[in-house]
Design a binder for this molecule. Structure first.
Ligand SMILES: NC(=O)C1=CN([C@@H]2O[C@H](COP(=O)(O)OP(=O)(O)OC[C@H]3O[C@@H](n4cnc5c(N)ncnc54)[C@H](OP(=O)(O)O)[C@@H]3O)[C@@H](O)[C@H]2O)C=CC1
Ligand SMILES: O=C1O[C@H](COP(=O)(O)O)[C@@H](O)[C@H](O)[C@H]1O
Length: 495
C-alpha cells in the first residue's frame, strides 16, 4: 500500500449492523486510521433498520477493534469512534435518503470534509440497484467533491441479472465511479502475481506455452456453508468462487504484459484473457468440468455433516460445493496449456495456491531411466501462508542422483504484522480513486458468460454432482481430469 497518502471522505455503510461490517469493514477502517492513511477529515455514517443510536454503533465498532487488537487498543480508540454516527434507515423508504443527506452535510461540516462521498453496499444484492438510484434521485451525489459506489458480491446471479443490475446502477453512477469488490484482488500474494511475472527476467521470457506445461489454481476451504445455506443453495461453488475469485486469478496469470501499470491497461489485458477463454459447452462439459458435493466426513478429527444435512439446504439438492475445471485459452501464448482450477468447501485444508509447472527440457542428460528429474515449479502461496517456492533439480549430496531443491521465500511473522488485510487495501484504493483491483463491468460480464455456459451445459446434460467425503481433497474424478493430459494435482497441503 502506498505510504503517506491520506483519504478525506464521508463513508456511508448501507448494512452497518450486518456481519461484513463488523468482521471486515470496521477493523479495516480502524487499521487505516491507525496507520495514518485517514486524516481527521473523515466520517462514517452507519445505516441499518435496527433502532440503534450513535453509542450502540460505536460500541459494536469498539468490540470489533477489541477482537482484533485487544482491550487496551479498543479502550484508546475513542477519538476514532467519534467519527462514527448511526441512522436508522430503511433503504426502501425514500424519505430516509433526505435524512441521510442532512447527516452527510452535518458531518462534512463537523470534520471539514471536502464533499467526497463513498457509498458502500454491505447489504443483500437485491437492494443494490434501487439504492443506487435513490442516492441519485435524492441528490446525495450533488457535491463539490467526488462520489464512489462500492458494491459487494454477488454481482448478479447470471449474465442477465448482472446486466440488469449494471444498467440500474449505471443510471446513477458512471463506470469509473463504481468499485465492484472481489476481495481476492486485495490479497497480498494475488497482487504479487504481476510483480513476480513482470519484474523478473527469469520468469517473463518463459511465461508462455513454449515453456509452461500447465498451471494449477487451488482454493480449498475447510469450512462448510456456515449458516449461509439459503444463499449457497442458489449459488453453489461455480457462482460463489469460480465466477469471481478463480477467474480473476486465471486472468492475472495469463494476461499479457500491460503497456503501463495503469488501471485501464491492466484491465484491458485481463479482459483479453477472458475473451480468449474457450467456452465449455455441450458435450465438452464431461471432459472439462467436475461438479461435486460433500458427504458427511471428518475435518480436523471432528465429524461434520454432509451438505444435504446442512441447515436451509434442500435434502435432495444438486448444488455443487466443489468444482474442478480444465480451462483452455485460445491465444498465441497459451494455446495447448491447460489451466486447472479447483475450489471446494469442507476439504482437508484451507489453502489457496498457484502451481506453475514448467515443461521438461527436450534433452535432459540427467533424466535416465533409474533417475527421474521432476519438472521445475513456481508455487505462489496465497493463503494461509504467503510467499513463493521455486522447485529446481539439484545434485543429491554425495551421490550422482538428482533431487528436487526447494527455494523458499515466505513472508515471516514480522513482515506480516503490518500487512494490510484485503479489505483494508481495497478500501484504501477506493478512497484514493484507484480501481485497478476492482472488477470492471467487462470482466464481470465475460466471466458470467463462461459460468452460464457451464451451468447450461450441466442442465442440458442433466449432470449431477459426484460425491466427495468432507475432509478429503475432492472427488477422484478431479484427478482423472489431469491424468487424461498426463498430469496430476500438485499437493497443496505440504508445499
Ligand atoms: N459476511 C461476509 O463475510 C461477506 C459478505 N459479503 C456480501 O456483503 C453483503 C452483506 O453481507 P452480510 O453483512 O453478511 O449480511 P447481513 O445479513 O449480516 O447484513 C445485512 C445488512 O443489511 C441491512 N438491511 C437489510 N434490509 C435492509 C433494509 N430494508 N434497509 C436497511 N438496511 C437493511 C441489515 O440491517 P438491519 O438488520 O439492521 O435491518 C444488515 O445491516 C452481501 O452482499 C454479501 O453477499 C461478501 C463477502 C463476504
Ligand atoms: O467470496 C467468498 O469467499 C470465501 C473464501 O474467501 P477466503 O478469503 O477465505 O479464501 C468463501 O468462503 C465464501 O463462500 C465466498 O462467498
Amino acid at each position: 500500500m502506498r505510504q503517506n497518502e491520506q483519504a478525506e471522505a464521508v463513508f456511508v455503510i448501507f448494512g452497518s449492523t450486518g456481519d461484513l461490517a463488523k468482521r471486515k469493514l470496521f477493523p479495516s477502517i480502524f487499521n487505516l486510521y491507525r496507520k495514518g492513511n485517514l486524516t481527521n477529515k473523515f466520517a462514517i455514517i452507519g445505516l441499518g433498520r435496527r433502532e440503534w443510536d450513535n453509542e450502540k454503533l460505536r460500541s459494536v465498532v469498539k468490540e470489533s477493534i477489541k477482537e482484533e487488537h485487544g482491550e487496551a487498543v479498543a479502550e484508546g480508540s475513542s477519538e476514532f469512534l467519534d467519527h462514527f454516527s448511526y441512522l436508522s434507515f430503511d433503504v426502501t423508504d425514500k424519505d430516509s435518503y433526505a435524512n441521510l443527506l442532512d447527516e452527510m452535510v452535518l458531518k462534512e461540516d463537523e470534520f471539514s470534509i471536502p464533499g467526497n462521498r463513498i457509498f458502500y453496499m454491505a447489504m443483500a444484492p437485491e437492494f443494490f440497484g434501487s439504492i443506487a438510484q435513490s442516492i441519485y434521485s435524492s441528490g446525495l451525489k450533488e457535491t463539490s467533491g467526488w462520489t464512489r459506489l462500492v458494491i459487494e458480491k454477488p454481482f448478479g446471479t447470471d449474465l442477465s441479472t448482472a446486466k440488469q443490475l449494471n444498467e440500474e446502477i449505471r443510471k446513477a453512477f458512471s463506470e469509473d465511479e463504481i468499485y465492484r469488490i472481489d476481495h481476492y484482488l486485495g490479497k497480498e500474494m494475488v497482487q504479487n502475481i504481476q510483480v513476480i511475472r513482470f519484474a523478473n527476467a527469469m520468469f517473463a521470457p518463459l511465461w508462455n506455452n513454449r515453456h509452461i506445461a500447465n498451471i494449477q489454481v487451488t482454493s480449498s476451504e475447510k469450512l462448510g456453508v456456515e449458516g449461509r445455506g439459503s444463499y449457497y443453495e442458489k449459488s453453489g461453488a461455480l457462482r460463489d468462487m469460480v465466477q469471481n475469485h478463480m477467474l480473476q486469478m486465471v486472468s492475472l496469470l495469463a494476461m499479457d504484459v500491460p503497456l503501463r501499470l495503469t488501471t485501464d491497461e491492466i484491465r484491458s489485458e485481463k479482459i483479453k484473457v477472458l475473451r480468449a477463454l474457450r467456452p465449455v459447452v455441450g458435450e465438452t462439459i464431461k471432459e472439462n468440468v467436475v461438479r461435486a458435493q460433500y458427504s458427511a466426513g471428518s475435518v480436523e478429527q471432528t465429524d461434520v455433516p454432509g451438505y444435504l444435512q446442512e441447515d436451509n439446504v434442500d435434502p435432495s439438492s444438486h448444488t455443487e460445493t466443489y468444482v474442478a475445471a480444465r480451462l483452455l485459452i485460445d491465444n498465441h501464448d497459451w494455446a495447448g496449456v491447460p489451466f486447472y482450477i479447483r475450489t471446494g468447501k469442507r476439504m482437508a485444508v484451507k489453502s489457496t495456491k498457484i502451481v506453475v509447472e514448467f515443461k521438461e527440457l527436450p534433452h535432459n542428460l540427467y533424466a535416465k531411466e533409474a533417475i527421474k528429474t521432476g519438472p521445475n515449479l513456481l508455487i505462489i502461496h496465497i493463503q494461509p501462508d504467503e510467499g513463493i517456492t521455486i522447485v529446481l533439480n539439484g545434485k543429491k549430496i554425495g551421490s550422482a542422483d538428482t533431487t528436487p531443491v526447494h527455494l523458499e521465500y515466505r513472508h515471516d511473522s514480522e513482515d506480516r504484522v503490518n500487512t494490510p488485510e484485503a479489505y483494508e487495501r481495497l478500501l484504501f484504493d477506493c478512497m484514493m480513486g484507484d480501481a485497478t483491483n476492482f472488477a470492471h463491468w467487462d470482466e464481470v460480464s465475460l466471466s458470467w458468460s463462461l459460468v452460464d455456459a457451464i451451468s447450461n451445459a450441466w442442465t442440458e446434460s442433466d449432470n449431477q454432482p459426484v460425491s466427495y467425503k468432507a475432509g478429503s481433497m475432492g472427488p477422484k474424478e478431479a484427478d482423472k481430469l489431469l491424468e487424461a493430459d498426463g498430469f496430476s494435482w500438485w499437493p497443496v497441503e505440504q508445499m
